[in-house]
Design a binder for this molecule. Structure first.
Ligand code: FES
Length: 117
């Protein structure tokens, strides 16, 4: 039963998922709604995450959503990924990346403001 740790700007979430499920299906069955769900078949790309650590296998993934270089860096579609160990992941949809950058910028601004006071 792999433990999936999902890094988020407000703190990590940990979810245990069934052995024989894809990453997305396992998270859904465990009640986690952190990874967005779309087609569930590799067609829409909305479930894109980056695996930061751990072992996994993937079913065939569309190059429209995961480039060859991205795949080498750990980008996967959660609906096409089978965890083979505990995984640490982070959301990698354009919206999630934009949200993370916004929060990082807000924290930097807050720190600069606090230094000036
Ligand atoms: S849910 Fe559409 S690609 Fe994964």
């Amino acid at each position: 039963m792999p433990k999936i740790t999902i890094e988020q700007p407000d703190g990590d979430s940990e979810v245990f998922i069934a052995d024989d499920k894809t990453l997305l299906a396992g998270l859904e069955l465990a009640g986690s709604a952190i990874v967005p769900v779309g087609c569930r078949g590799g067609g829409c790309g909305i479930c894109r995450v980056k695996v930061l650590s751990g072992q996994y296998e993937t079913k065939k993934m569309s190059r429209a959503h995961i480039s060859e270089d991205g795949e080498k860096e750990g980008l996967v579609l959660a609906c096409r990924t089978l965890p083979k160990s505990d995984l640490r992941i982070v959301l990698a949809t354009p919206q999630a990346i934009a949200n993370r950058q916004q929060k990082i910028q807000a924290k930097k601004t807050q720190l600069i403001t606090e230094k000036e006071v």
